[in-house]
Design a protein around this ligand. Structure first.
Ligand code: ADP
Ligand code: LRH
Length: 499
């Protein structure tokens, strides 16, 4: 029997995709129906330049994708996920106040310390369990204190909820993504009113009234306006794990519970799935985050700078003139594989790498400052990035296991980066654990499975959903065993600054 087609909208920092999925004999069969680019847009604002997202282009991409999906399929539901923390503000008429600011904008430089002077980092961590990243929503709001837009705002909607609002009129905050704001009580899964009270008293930022009601993944939040799905009637918008990383983790093809995951794309999100947050002082100082997952789970992880380093390096090289074949990703990776391992390693978590810019130059400067051999060629720079990311993966998995008291016997790498064989091989080598790579579009799969379950077409918890993942992507998975003769990762790690 044809249950119809679920449509996942998955917006990454580097591209947006619309994926149609159908259940067939216990498998979720997927087809990408539309893909469009995404990236920062630098725009003058008074006397400075602010990085934005082109949120209207994203909306257009979604609408086009829905149209493609509905052309010869019966669409029965839609779900949206995106990167975390960013938001749009609506005024009292429901109009968008300005473009969504990109989390890599420098407006939050120095803001965390200003906040901690009033709201101590220890008590914020105890309440929210959230890592300190300058771009957390709480810091973005404080950086906007006193602005005309914030003064006129009536509603704050995170990116997936904003796009969903434009499709349906609903105003909600899906809880997995809300857990990245710094405004959520991680244990209660409710807004942290003591934090919003503190923001009002210390910074005059009255965020509390802007925050919409929270919903858990699986909630039907509204009906897609007919103009966007002509021919279909009453298609529900389902709140999925609207934080892309939550959907990615839900679709890890794990067959046991002692797995670590790396959601590997623009970022490497490296960690474990837990039942309870870890709110210890050691966890806070290691900057581990407790973000919320499906079905009451906690995503205990660290943000490792990820393939952003490679994306931005390639962009720099492209901008500086040569659209030659050197800039083909697979050719670059093949050349990097021939460079000797661990010659130059850098601390990828250094905040200098966060904003857009000349990444090769920053990498060279970081190597020079640390007394590492300076990479010369493109291949050497790429090799330095991948060796250093593998070190970041290794350190994060080990620390996650230590801080949570959990064992890890396998590492699942999902997302676009799971196609990077060299990085997967290095990660197996660095961690001393088998790596299972794939699926590439796990986030979309996690999004689709939550819709199917919400519609009553699937039963069970995460183990059952993961069973469907395994059945759906088994052919796509690649396994990398840690080699018996190992490179000296201990010595390489010792060359990095201690965290
Ligand atoms: P995001 O969701 O953050 O936009 P993705 O999960 O789409 O990111 O991953 C994008 C990354 O995947 C790219 O930066 C690139 O490094 C990597 N990638 C994409 N395709 C390939 C490929 N064929 N081989 C190796 N790496 C790839
Ligand atoms: C990955 C991601 C990550 C966040 C970052 C802002 O796309 O959602 O989990 O930390 O974007």
């Amino acid at each position: 029997t044809d249950r119809g087609t679920y449509v996942a909208v998955d917006l990454g920092a580097s591209s947006g995709r619309v994926v149609a999925g159908r259940l067939e004999g216990g498998r979720m069969v997927t087809e990408e129906v539309h893909r469009f680019p995404n990236g920062p847009v630098a725009l003058r604002e008074g006397d400075r330049t602010v990085l934005h997202w082109d949120v209207l282009a994203l909306f257009n991409g979604i609408v086009t994708g829905l149209r493609h999906a509905a052309r010869d399929r019966r669409v029965v539901s839609v779900g949206i996920d995106s990167w975390a923390v960013d938001y749009g503000l609506l005024d009292a008429d429901g109009a968008l106040l300005g473009n969504t600011v990109n989390y890599r904008d420098w407006r939050t430089d120095g803001v965390p310390d200003r906040v901690f002077a009033h709201l101590p980092a220890e008590s914020l961590y105890a309440r929210t369990g959230l890592q300190v990243q300058p771009f957390n929503t709480i810091f973005q709001l404080v950086s906007a204190a006193g602005s005309v837009q914030l003064g006129a705002a009536r509603r704050l909607l995170l990116v997936p909820d904003l796009l969903g609002h434009w499709l349906t009129g609903a105003e909600v905050a899906e809880v997995t993504n809300a857990s990245t704001t710094g405004l959520l009580d991680v244990a209660a899964r409710t807004w942290a009113t003591d934090v919003t009270d503190g923001l009002r008293e210390s910074f005059g930022v009255d965020a509390g009234p802007l925050l919409p009601p929270l919903v858990e993944p699986g909630t039907v939040v509204g009906t897609i306006d007919k103009e966007h799905l002509p021919g279909s009637s009453d298609v529900p918008l389902v709140a999925v794990g609207s934080h892309d990383t939550a959907s990615a983790v839900a679709a890890v093809p794990a067959e046991s519970t002692d797995f670590a995951y790396i959601s590997c794309g623009t970022w490497s999100l490296v960690g474990l799935e837990l039942d309870e947050p870890v709110l210890t002082e050691a966890s806070r100082t290691a900057n581990f985050t407790n973000e919320l997952g499906l079905d009451g789970t906690v995503r205990y992880l660290r943000n490792v700078m990820g393939l952003w380093l490679l994306q931005e390096s390639m962009r720099t090289w492209e901008d500086s003139g040569g659209a030659d074949e050197d800039l083909d990703l697979s050719a670059l990776l093949a050349a990097a594989a021939d460079v000797p391992a661990l010659r130059c390693v850098i601390d990828v978590d250094d905040p200098v790498f966060l904003p857009p810019g000349d990444m090769p130059e920053r990498i060279v400067a970081a190597a020079r400052a640390a007394g590492e051999p300076v990479p010369q060629s493109k291949a050497e720079i790429v090799r330095c990035i991948l060796d250093s990311l593998a070190l970041g993966h290794r350190r994060s998995i080990r620390t996650a296991a230590e801080l949570s008291g959990h064992d890890v016997s396998v590492v699942h790498v999902v997302g676009g980066g799971s196609q990077n064989e060299l990085l997967c091989r290095l990660t197996a080598d660095a961690t001393g654990l088998p790596v299972v790579a794939g699926p590439t579009e796990g986030t979309a799969l996690g999004n689709l499975l939550v819709q199917a379950r919400a519609l009553g077409d699937l039963d069970g918890g995460l183990p059952e959903l993961r069973g469907v993942v395994v059945a759906s992507v088994a052919d796509e998975l690649r396994r990398y065993e840690p080699p018996s003769s190992r490179l000296d990762w201990d010595a390489a790690e010792a060359r990095l600054p201690t965290p």
